[in-house]
Design a protein around this ligand. Structure first.
Ligand SMILES: Nc1ncnc2c1ncn2[C@@H]1O[C@H](COP(=O)(O)OP(=O)(O)OP(=O)(O)O)[C@@H](O)[C@H]1O
Ligand SMILES: [Mg+2]
Length: 223
């Protein structure tokens, strides 16, 4: 059974004369242990694809199975539950809560997570992501790179099966970017998780197992 399976999934925006298909009908499977890279020009549909796979928005048509369960038949609250416990998101717009410090972002996850799965030690995460010195700071007082790493730490903390990262290294210097990508690769390979990373930096794609390219709403596997 695949971790995620998308069958004939598309996404249209607008209606009538403004109708626009951002994602053309797409088949895609994601398995445990896979680290997938996704590239493509701006506006080609990468975030649309990732947010549909992560159940943050519904497809216009098509079927999505997570662990063999048909998500398109689930209620909103079932989907929210699944999203919260199975997925970790690092989104383009930083998804940190502005009135919580870096450390407190983890506590919030605890409050909402029903998952009995073991959490990752927050100290370890802060250490790996070089955030120890800013653990008590609020997002507004972090640099762009620190904010991005804090968002990654929070996404990993819940120990999700599927990590969806939308340009997680965009505001990192190249050394830190490589470290973050290395960490994502380890998580995918050693803990049998699945990671999808959108990136414009083709150098980082060498750490991934498969590369997909999005062009004008068409997803194509490159290798
Ligand atoms: N909510 C929306 N309503 C209407 N159009 C949208 C919406 N979200 C995205 N689009 C359009 O769909 C297309 C794909 O957008 P998407 O955000 O998926 O691109 P992307 O590949 O992630 O681009 P980038 O690399 O700039 O982040 C774009 O033309 C965008 O303008
Ligand atoms: Mg995008």
């Amino acid at each position: 059974m695949h971790l995620v399976e998308m069958n004939n999934v598309n996404r249209q925006y607008g209606s009538g004369r403004t109708l626009f298909e951002a994602l053309h009908p797409t088949d895609f499977v994601l398995d445990r242990g896979e680290f997938i890279g996704l590239t493509g020009p701006s506006g080609s549909g990468k975030t649309t694809f990732l947010t549909i796979l992560g159940l943050l928005q519904s497809p216009t048509q098509g079927q999505i199975l997570v662990n063999g369960q048909d998500v398109t038949k689930m209620s909103d609250s079932e989907k929210t539950d699944l999203r919260f416990n199975k997925f970790g998101f690092v989104l383009q717009a930083s998804n940190l809560i502005p009135f919580l410090t870096v450390n407190e972002q983890f506590k919030l996850v605890n409050k909402f997570s029903h998952s009995r799965r073991k959490k990752i030690n927050p100290k370890e995460l802060l250490d790996i992501l070089d955030l120890k010195d800013v653990a008590d700071k609020y997002p507004n007082n972090l640099s762009g790179g620190e904010r991005q790493r804090a968002a990654i730490a929070r996404a990993l903390y819940n120990n999700p099966d599927i990590i969806l990262a939308d340009e997680p290294t965009a505001s990192l210097d190249s050394k830190r970017a490589e470290q973050v990508v290395e960490l994502l690769a380890q998580i995918a390979h050693n803990s049998q998780k699945a990671v999808i990373m959108i990136t414009h930096d083709t150098r980082l794609l060498s750490a991934t197992d498969h590369v997909y390219e999005m062009r004008d709403g068409y997803l194509r596997q490159q290798d």
